[in-house]
Ligand binder design. Sequence first.
Ligand code: HEM
Length: 304
Amino acid sequence: MPTETILSALRDKYGHLHQDADVYLKGLLHAKPITYWDYVEVDALLSLQHPRTDFADEYVFIVYHQITELSLRLLLHELEQVTGTNQPTEQQMITKVKRVNRYTELLINSFDIMREGMSYDDYNEFRHALTPASGFQSAQFRLAEIRCTRLVNLLTRTGKQNLPEDAPVSDQFDYIYWKMAGTDHATGQQSLTMRLFIEKYQPSFIQLATQIRGSTLEEQALRLEKAGQLGTELRELLRRFDQLFNIEWPLVHLRTAEYYLDSKGENKAATGGSEWKKYLHPQYQQRRFFPTLWSEEEKANWAK
Ligand code: HEM
């Protein structure tokens, strides 16, 4: 673009704001060049790791959890654009679901950083200093679920039987599947892990689930299907997402928990206190975002 055109566009831009473009141009004389470290906020990022113990691998544990949270943030960034008030086209959905699948694959393919990348003995020492915190308390994981599917798909079997489909969201939350992990194995009481999590996040979960009712990712796909616009490509991408998020990630995660907590048959208590061996298995959870895209036989063989 010729310089004169640029100057004229700048004068127009600032003119619309009733500002003198020349003052802004003078400011450029003093502006410092942008740098990689400021733009990416590298120093801020690297100041966010605070191990609780002296075990070197606790640093690996913290950073990998942060990588997961950033990846979930990317995933939510895509989901936010295709849920809620927007009415995405089939092509827009294809683009977004491809991205979401890529982020989930990243998490699955990198989970060895946990399984292989930490000392077994050190992990089993430093983890005690983290009680009662648990990855279970990842709010972004729950936000992804809420955006992906009708809440009824996230209820326990009892919840699905007892509540009408249009029950208020706050009633549905009494039966949300992850509350099954909330009874402390040892005491029979609601676990502290769960209580703290609910106290901090449940109101915002209920608010989002209420606001997004009718326009979750699943319902956007159902809308396209009703209009005869849910083609094979999008259908397969959504099934792939279910497979990745609700079978493959839970399985690599469960295998890691088994390695550290049960490889010597000790069935150790997890930091969150759940009955984890049963609870974490995708076959037990039967969590599906797009149940109408699976046959009865496929559902019966979920994660087998
Ligand atoms: C050595 C590595 C890990 C072990 C041994 C482990 C173990 C567990 C266990 C036993 C639970 C059940 C809740 C409890 O009683 O604490 C759990 C839940 C969970 N963890 Fe991990 N975890 C590990 C790494 C991670 C990582 C890196 C993340 C990423 C944020 C993560 C995210 C989650 C989530 C989202 C849940 C809830 C899953 C659900 O409700 O289906 N975990 N973990």
